[in-house]
Design a protein around this ligand. Sequence first.
Ligand code: HEC
Length: 175
Amino acid sequence: MSKSKFALASALALTFTPTTPLGARAEPPGDPTAVTDDSGKWRDKNGDPTYKVSADGTVDWYTYSGFRRYHSDCHVCHGPDGEGSSYAPALADKLKTIAYAEFYGIVVSGKKDLGAGNEKVMPAFAENKNVMCYLDDIYIYLRARAQDAIPRGRPPKHADKPAAFDEAETKCMGE
Ligand code: HEC
């Protein structure tokens, strides 16, 4: 994703209303290889957030943060480790095909398939800072799970928390 698209996604997070239809879909997620280090947050060649796992299994801070945020805000429906439940799909599978922009849009505005008898709803999280301020983290964690880059469970070793993370967190949560 280009810088401008990223800025747009951030702006949408603040202004999106749940009734706004989503834009273009079904763009594949692309190569997850980490190529640039953006102050401790890794990005792939398209500029989308991604994970970085060292040979000894140490994960980057955002993967670890995403693990924690996923398990506080998503796992009740989507199951531990992104493995799915009888209520909601396995995001560790879905993120093999859902790209960053689409993921972002679904979490911001929610989703409900209008199939007959489908009572299951993905809530819109646009107003929930505990999700929106950490959405890249959650994406990065699930992307790593989708690529089997990390096993199930809590990552045993993680990189230190970057100063840039603290700054962004304070700004986002304080707004
Ligand atoms: C209250 C239960 C619930 C919670 C909490 C929840 N989801 Fe969902 N989610 C669902 C359901 C149900 C669906 C399937 C909706 C449909 O397709 O009709 C879904 C679908 C999705 C999809 C789309 C998958 C696809 O097949 O296209 C994504 C992405 C997603 N959720 C991400 C998240 C994230 C990230 C969180 C945590 C911030 C989260 N969800 C929290 C219930 C939930």
